[in-house]
Design a protein around this ligand. Structure first.
Ligand code: UDP
Length: 330
């Protein structure tokens, strides 16, 4: 934990988004000074303290250089990106421009001002459709959509920037981020919403059935299995990663998941048990590009950075998410 005399300043890009805003809160709780850059294309202004929010686009290298000069940063946590797999299939050029081009602008500004530590939001989508599960970090890159490809590209760019300029970085490959800040300060609110748990809450609230995408997968109950990781535990992984870099650790890549998978039907049952309400749902065709099971092997993160999920139970994820959803539904 940083003491007040030696407060470190961290730039968080995309800090008005779901995972970013949760991480900003935890960084502040841990004694860091934080500055957020977000263009608010998807981020929510109200998710960030206005005193620390700088609204501009990461393509603006000069604005980033000016910010690093005015408010020197010890490290950057880079969340800002587009995240919709389906959209990336239709508009790959937008994904490469926003996720790769803007990242390169950020890295250029960091190199110009001597900021040499970065934590990067990567994804399990870099593995594509892995044949084995749980997934460890040494599986090869095999993305099957432009979103995953854009993250692979940035991981590779970072490898070369480390080699050429000593830009030390940690890539965190997220599995299914879910849940909300236990104090209800930040949570998941995408527009449009595509993620399972908020959609299950919506089905309860509207009475309109949610589609379960396929029940004929080779999994115990036929529905897809995912590794749901609480957003607060995910945020904690970023803090540990920043601390490791500031402590002189080399660049690294880690999966962030609990190691336990739950099927769509199991998530529905957990939501019914936490909320005490039925989730109207119907079995629908498979969604294109959904692997049957994606579960992380996160032993490397646990043994290298000492990370441990604290809210690893599905009921913790669902209850924090439900509290947040109720607070924010009209
Ligand atoms: N899912 C579903 N119905 C929905 C949304 C999602 O059955 O309306 C399933 C989806 O097929 C996947 C799991 O829920 O197996 C998690 O999907 P989500 O979009 O939340 O995250 P992803 O795994 O795509 O990152």
């Amino acid at each position: 934990m940083a003491s007040s005399q030696q407060k470190k300043r961290i730039l968080v890009t995309g800090g008005a988004g779901y995972i970013g805003s949760n991480t900003v809160l935890q960084l502040a709780d841990a004694g860091y000074e934080v500055v957020v850059v977000d263009n608010l294309s998807y981020g929510r202004r109200e998710a960030v303290d206005p005193r620390i929010l700088r609204v501009f686009d990461l393509h603006d290298t000069e604005a980033l250089v000016a910010l690093f000069q005015a408010e020197p940063c010890d490290a950057v946590i880079h969340f800002a990106a587009f995240i919709s797999v389906g959209e990336s299939m239709k508009l790959p050029e937008i994904y490469f421009d926003n996720n790769v081009g803007a990242s390169l602008s950020l890295f250029t500004a960091m190199l110009r001002t001597g900021v040499k530590h970065l934590v990067f939001s990567s994804t399990a989508a870099v593995y594509g459709l892995p044949e084995s599960s749980p997934i460890s970090e040494d599986l090869p890159y095999a993305p099957i959509n432009p979103y995953g490809e854009s993250k692979v590209m940035v991981e590779k760019i970072l490898g070369w920037l480390d080699r050429a300029h000593g830009l030390r970085h940690v890539c965190l490959r997220y599995f299914n981020a879910s849940g909300a800040d236990p104090e209800g300060r930040a949570g998941e609110m995408h527009n449009p919403e595509t993620h399972l748990i908020p959609l299950l809450f919506r089905a309860i609230q509207t009475g309109k059935p949610v589609d379960v995408f396929g029940d004929d997968y080779p999994t115990p109950d036929g529905t897809c299995v995912r590794d749901y990781i609480h957003v607060s535990d995910l945020a904690q992984a970023h803090i540990l990663a920043v601390e490791s870099l500031l402590g002189g650790a080399p660049s690294n890549k880690f999966n962030v998941g609990t190691g336990t998978g739950f099927s769509v039907l199991e998530v529905i049952r957990a939501v019914e048990s936490v909320t005490g309400k039925q989730v109207p749902h119907r079995i629908s065709p498979r969604r294109a590009g959904d692997p049957p099971a994606l579960v992380a092997d996160s032993n490397k993160l646990q043994s290298t950075l000492g990370w441990k999920p604290r809210l690893g139970e599905l009921k913790d994820i669902v209850s924090t998410a439900w509290n947040f959803a109720q607070k924010h539904s009209k």
